[in-house]
Every structure is written in C-alpha cells, then in structure tokens.
Write a protein that binds this ligand. Structure first.
Ligand code: NAD
Ligand code: IPM
Ligand code: MN
Length: 355
C-alpha cells in the first residue's frame, strides 16, 4: 500500500483541538481507501517560544523537508507578539517551501446558514486564489530614528514578475477547470500607483493566453462590497497576498462561518511539501473548551488528500461534511448548534468509514 508522509503541527489554541479531529477523519479515509499515513508530530508553538526563545528549532524547515505535506492547526497566542510567532513558524514554511498559491474555497454548504438574506448554495461557490509569498508581506522596510520626533516606519510591497505571473496563471488554469470559466482580479490601481497597475498589466497579458476565460477586475474596496451584495458574480478571484487574505475571511463569512473555511498552501511544482491548514486562527476566546468547529481543519485534510493523489478519499470527506450539515447532524455553536468539537469530528469520521 501507498504511504504518505505527513508532518503534523497543531500549533496553538484551538489548533490543538481541531488537528486531532482532522487526523481522526484522515485516518478513517486511509482505512476506507487503502493507503497509509506516516505521521510525524511537531509540538512547535508559542509554548516552544516561551521555553526556547524560538518557535521552531533552527533546522526546523529541514526537518519538514522530507514530508509530502504539512498539516497545520493555527499559530499565535497572547503573550507572544503575533509578528514573532507567525514569522517564526507559519510564514517561513510558506515562503521557504515556495508555497506560492493559497487556495481558499468559499462555498455555502446546504444546511449551513449564510448571514445574507435569500442566498442559496448555488449562488455562493467560488475560490479565492491568494498570492502567498511576496507582495505586502515582503518584510522589506524598517523603523528609523526610534523614539525621536523623526521616527518613521516604512514597509515595501514587492511584486516580482515571476511571482505575479505564476499566481495569475494558476488562477486562469483553475478557472479553465470550472464550468463558468470566470476569473476576477482584485486590484487597487486607482490609489496604489506602482504595484497595482503592474498587477493589472500582468493580468491582462496573461489573459491573452486564455481566451475562453471571462475576466473582470474590481478595486478591493468595492470588491468587498460585491462579495456581500453579489456573491453569485464570483467563480475564481485572484488577489495579492494582503487582498487575498482579506477576501478569504470575508468569503467564508458570507458562506456561513469562518470555522468551516479550509485552505491549501500549494507548491504546484511539488518541489517542496505543501501545507494544509484552516483559514481561522487560534481563537484564544474559545480555546480549551472543545467547542470550536473542526470542519475547516477537516476540509483542509480533504484538500491535502486531493493534492497527494487520493481524490476519492478527498471527495468522501467533503461529501461527509455536506451530508452532516444537510441532514442536521451535530454542529458547533458558530453554526447555531450545541455540539462539541469531537462530536462533529466523530460524526464525519463515521460517515467516511461508511462511505
Ligand atoms: P481567529 O480566527 O483566531 O478568531 C476570530 C474569531 O473567530 C474568534 O471569535 C474565534 O472564536 C472565531 N473562530 C475562529 N475559528 C473558529 C472555529 N474553528 N470555530 C468557531 N469559532 C471560531 O482570529 P484572531 O482572533 O484574529 O487571531 C487569533 C490568533 O490567531 C492571533 O494570534 C492571530 O495572529 C492568529 N492567527 C493565525 C492564523 C493561522 O495560523 N493561519 C490565522 C489567523 C489568525
Ligand atoms: C491567514 C492568517 C495569516 C496571514 C496571519 C496569521 C499571518 O491571517 O493564514 O490567513 O495573514 O497569512
Ligand atoms: Mn487571514
């Protein structure tokens, strides 16, 4: 039987509650579809930082290198500044493994409730494709003259031609695989004078190679409004690192709950491991109670199996999630239920086993 090598990093807060449920469902899928998972567990987290002054060991990235993929919970906990915890663990993995695509589905599942009036599942079903290695997150800049009147900070946003073209190309390719073949670009070329006109230019250029794809573009501000007022307009939406970040919390929110939102950090060339994690964070406000929604994590596990070449198993998981919601199965508080994290995980694992 085939064995997939997975590095598991629960991280902080509810990551420690959602990852075990993700693994429970992955294990059920492995048994049902006849493959093995070789898991290596890493306890890297803000607790590691408190003990050692580092989020992960100096050779942390090398330790992950042999895995086919990384299955991550969430990173960040009060007491450790967010830019230290995230830049000590999550972001280096994305960048050093060149996981330049952040793929984030936004899908209203039957039986789950959208805050938008009168919207049906057929009307909210799109992907956010987020650039994941550069742009606004480039970390070039600094603070000068600290503590003086002349103090200032600056941060550059860097778009490389390679980085811009490859994410836009991925989005066009994804659009080609969808029935509507529609791609929307998030821009802000009215206010941001160098990077965003460049983004628009590369988008238009790439579009010439995909005449079958219908394209449009909106400035990020009105695009946010359209997500709420016209979610049915969207099929695939591509954006820079920060715009994609914002849209990928807004999209799942209009689709019901950030707790169900999944994401894949993909290195499409498979030169390096890809990473699968929910969109949400460590939720310190509800952590420790086992009331968080594990579906974002479980769905991320399905995206991981798809990437590993187990599409049937992936489909069984997403079908089980859809069935659970459509048939009124256990659901957590964020979706209007009373069930615990483990109840939802068990129900989905059982459905996968029985599929
Ligand atoms: P968050 O996603 O952790 O929480 C936002 C709100 O959504 C909270 O009210 C929380 O209770 C709720 N929520 C989130 N996930 C949920 C789930 N699965 N079920 C039910 N409710 C859920 O965002 P935040 O509060 O901005 O960030 C908290 C910490 O997590 C910070 O340290 C932040 O930097 C970090 N963070 C990490 C990631 C990541 O690891 N990818 C993503 C976002 C935030
Ligand atoms: C996400 C998160 C991260 C990001 C943070 C925690 C650095 O919000 O995965 O969406 O901005 O990429
Ligand atoms: Mn985010």
């Amino acid at each position: 039987t085939k064995t997939h090598r997975i590095a598991v990093i629960p991280g902080d807060g509810i990551g420690k509650e959602t990852v075990p449920e993700g693994l429970r469902v992955l294990d059920a899928a492995a048994r049902r579809f006849g493959f093995d998972l070789a898991l290596t567990h890493y306890d890297w987290s803000c607790e590691t930082y408190e003990k050692t002054g580092k989020m992960m060991p100096d050779d942390g990235i090398d330790q992950l290198r042999d895995s086919e993929s990384v299955f991550l919970g969430a990173v960040g906990w009060p007491g450790v500044p967010d830019h230290i915890s995230l830049w000590g663990l999550l972001i280096p993995i994305r960048r050093q493994f060149d996981q330049y695509v952040s793929l984030r589905p936004c899908k209203l599942l039957p039986g789950s409730k959208t805050p938008l009036a009168n919207r049906t599942p057929a009307e909210i079903d799109f992907y956010v494709v987020r650039e994941n290695t550069e742009g606004e997150y480039s970390s070039v800049g600094g603070r000068m003259f600290p503590g003086t009147e002349r103090e200032f900070v600056s941060q550059q946003s860097i778009l490389t031609r390679i980085g811009t073209d490859r994410i836009i190309k991925y989005a066009f390719e994804l659009a080609m695989k969808r029935p509507r073949k529609k791609l929307t670009s998030a821009t802000k070329s009215n206010g941001i004078t160098f990077t965003m006109p460049y983004w628009d230019e590369r988008f238009a250029e790439m579009g010439k190679s995909y005449p079958e794809v219908t394209t449009d573009q909106f400035h990020i501000d009105i695009l946010c409004a359209h997500f709420v007022q016209h979610p049915d307009w969207f099929d695939v939406v591509v954006g820079s690192n920060l715009f994609g970040d914002i849209l990928s919390d807004l999209g799942p929110a209009v689709a019901g709950s950030i707790g169900i939102a999944a994401s894949a950090n993909i290195n499409p060339e498979k030169n390096h491991p890809s990473m699968f994690e929910p969109v949400h964070g460590s939720a310190p406000d509800i952590a420790g109670k086992f009331i968080c929604n594990p579906i974002g994590q479980i769905w991320s596990g399905a995206m991981m199996l798809d990437h590993l070449g187990e599409p049937e198993a992936a489909k069984a998981i997403t079908t089980a999630i859809e069935k659970l919601l459509a048939e009124g199965g256990p659901r957590t508080r964020d979706m209007g239920g009373q069930a615990g994290t483990e109840d939802v995980g068990r129900a989905i694992a059982e459905a996968v086993a029985a599929s």
